[in-house]
Design a binder for this molecule. Structure first.
Ligand code: ADP
Ligand code: MG
Length: 319
């Protein structure tokens, strides 16, 4: 996407990120394009990763799809193609289209664009997780809220949430079928419904930087009253295995998994490509390492076809 991405330079690196973690060799810099969604423009993530890479001598261009007209047609013709396109997705954001455009012509993306789709659509994620033997609640897909009345009674209380939701927005607990009538949900998007899984009132967020798995305790939006000390905790082996199983099943390299402890054991509720890694020590450095490693991995040669010649004379002759 030549001519549309701005270059990050070493001088724009925030000093807070200047740690002494040794980076990959500077002699062979990777060329990376970070697609930054409007929502993350002022955020630490993914900016801190981009700055870390620049500090290590790699080239990072930043593409802001919401503020720049992107010449996608030039992507395949770009002789200086990037080693990888990197996206921290946002629900329904424009970045995924550009990432998929890059992938369509054989360029590497971080995460893999297909894996992002599998995780982003909660109904797809539920189906894949169950097929992979990952403990995941029964999940119903309801393109219209009126269909929720068909969920069997013995699944109540229910959790109703947007199929493409994120950031704990629009999460509803519904006690009885009668309460469905009073439920105020945005009917424009598709919904999913699951039985509410009784849990201690907090989630454990598992984060995989591609180098290491971390665990953090976070308050559940369905238990706003219960006091929770949010913090990063040591990862039990069982949860590390669960996280890596999810990563393998979905094909994700950088991701998060929301789990809750139930009386039947740990259950996975949500899978997020490229989460914010809040509180994870050295997250930016670890993510930068993973991105360089993935960018170096061989990919299929970019799609290059001989130029198509339009035979307008044939059309004119037969007209
Ligand atoms: N079936 C469920 N049982 C119990 N709690 C749930 C259930 N589904 C969601 N939650 C709670 O709501 C939170 C947000 O749901 P999640 O599926 O992670 O959506 P989001 O994509 O918005 O993060 C979870 O982290 C968990 O605390
Ligand atoms: Mg979640």
């Amino acid at each position: 996407m030549s001519g549309t991405a701005g270059r990050l330079t070493s001088s724009s690196r925030p000093t807070a990120l200047m740690r002494t973690v040794p980076g990959p060799s500077h002699s062979d810099p990777a060329r990376l394009c970070f697609i930054v969604e409007e929502r993350y423009e002022g955020d630490v993530m993914p900016a801190s990763v981009a700055h870390t890479l620049v500090g290590w001598g790699h080239e990072v261009d930043v593409l802001r799809p919401h503020s720049v007209l992107t010449d996608v047609s030039s992507l395949v013709l770009d002789e200086n193609a990037y080693d990888a396109y990197v996206l921290k997705t946002v629900s329904s954001g424009p970045g995924l289209t550009l990432l998929e455009a890059a992938a369509a012509v054989g360029l590497r993306t971080v995460n893999d664009h297909r894996a992002i789709r599998l995780a982003r659509d909660k109904a797809v994620a539920a189906c894949l997780a169950r097929a992979a033997g990952i403990p995941f609640p029964t999940t119903y897909f309801a393109p219209r809220s009126v269909l929720l009345s068909q969920v069997p009674r013995d699944h109540y209380p229910l959790v109703v949430k947007p199929n493409n939701g994120s950031s704990c927005e629009q999460i509803h607990r519904v006690e009885t079928p009668r309460d469905l009538e009073r439920l105020e949900v945005d009917d424009a998007g598709h919904l999913i419904a699951q039985p509410y899984l009784p849990n201690p009132g907090y989630d454990v967020k598992l984060y995989n930087t591609g180098c290491e798995v971390f665990a953090a305790i976070r308050q559940s939006p369905l238990h706003p009253g219960s006091p929770v000390h949010e913090r990063v905790v040591p990862v039990p082996a069982e949860l590390r295995d669960l996280a890596t199983t999810v990563g393998r099943a979905f094909g994700l390299d950088i991701y998060g998994v929301d789990v809750v402890q139930t009386r039947h054991g740990w259950m996975v509720l949500d899978i997020n490509d490229f989460p914010s890694f809040g509180g994870v020590p050295d997250a930016a450095e670890q993510l930068a390492r993973t991105i360089v490693r993935l960018a170096r991995r061989g990919v299929a040669a970019p799609l290059r076809r001989p130029p198509f010649t339009a035979h307008t004379d044939t059309l004119e002759a037969s007209a």
